[in-house]
Design a protein around this ligand. Structure first.
Ligand code: 3PG
Length: 210
């Protein structure tokens, strides 16, 4: 199976889309793709999330559209049925990991400590989300994990913004940073699409040294 890293290509930002309606999801995705973004994560936190994921895929067939906030078999199955191109979870349990093992698309399980990393690695997962990143040791944690789990790549999310993203992106075991700061709910409500495009352009600029 293709890796999440391969799906990212050159993108270093994993932009999160939280949509209250399918139309809103398409408008956010449109603003992001104007910034050169080809891969997004739709978080399954609203009633319209699955419809938004489907609508984005229909409107932009070339876009890679993942599902986030997957916490159980029901949300996993709904995401796969809707055509999610990858799956992100905020945390793991042995039960959730066993559900994820046969997933037909790349999975990025969420971890917050070294025991979680080991649990995920034991189950064959080597691309992990650190969540909530800034509260779970931040870039220093990811750097420390590199010495112990050199096979693991991280995509941190939670508390990341333009002022701290490069602390993460400078690390060779950090493949991207995720978050919602590039499309906060008030910008979406006020339809500030150009601001979302501009924020994505800034956030998707790679750190100078990697
Ligand atoms: C996530 O689902 O990864 C987080 O909600 C993103 O965190 P942020 O809103 O602090 O960027």
């Amino acid at each position: 199976m293709v890796s999440f890293k391969a799906l990212l290509k050159q993108q270093v930002l994993l932009p999160i889309i939280q949509a209250e309606t399918a139309e809103q999801g398409v408008a956010i995705a449109n603003a992001m793709q104007q910034a050169g973004i080809h891969l997004v994560e739709v978080v399954l936190r609203t009633e319209a999330s699955i419809a938004a994921l489907q609508a984005i895929k229909a409107a932009y067939p070339q876009m890679v559209v993942g599902a986030g906030t997957v916490t159980n078999a029901d949300t996993l199955n709904a995401a796969i049925a809707a055509g999610a191109d990858f799956i992100v979870t905020p945390a793991i349990t042995p039960n959730l990991l066993s559900q994820l093992r046969d997933c037909p698309v790349p999975v990025v399980p969420g971890v917050s400590n070294a025991a979680d990393v080991l649990l995920a690695v034991e189950q064959g997962f080597t691309e992990l989300k650190l969540f909530p990143a800034t509260l779970s040791g931040g870039a220093a944690f990811i750097k420390a994990m590199g010495a112990v789990f050199p096979q693991v790549n991280f995509c941190p999310t939670g508390g990341i913004n333009d002022s701290n993203k490069d602390d993460f992106l400078r690390l060779s075991n950090c493949i991207a940073v995720g978050g919602s700061w590039i499309a906060p709910s008030n910008w979406v409500e006020e339809q500030r699409w150009q601001q979302i495009t501009a924020a994505c352009k800034v956030a998707n600029t790679p750190a100078l040294c990697h």
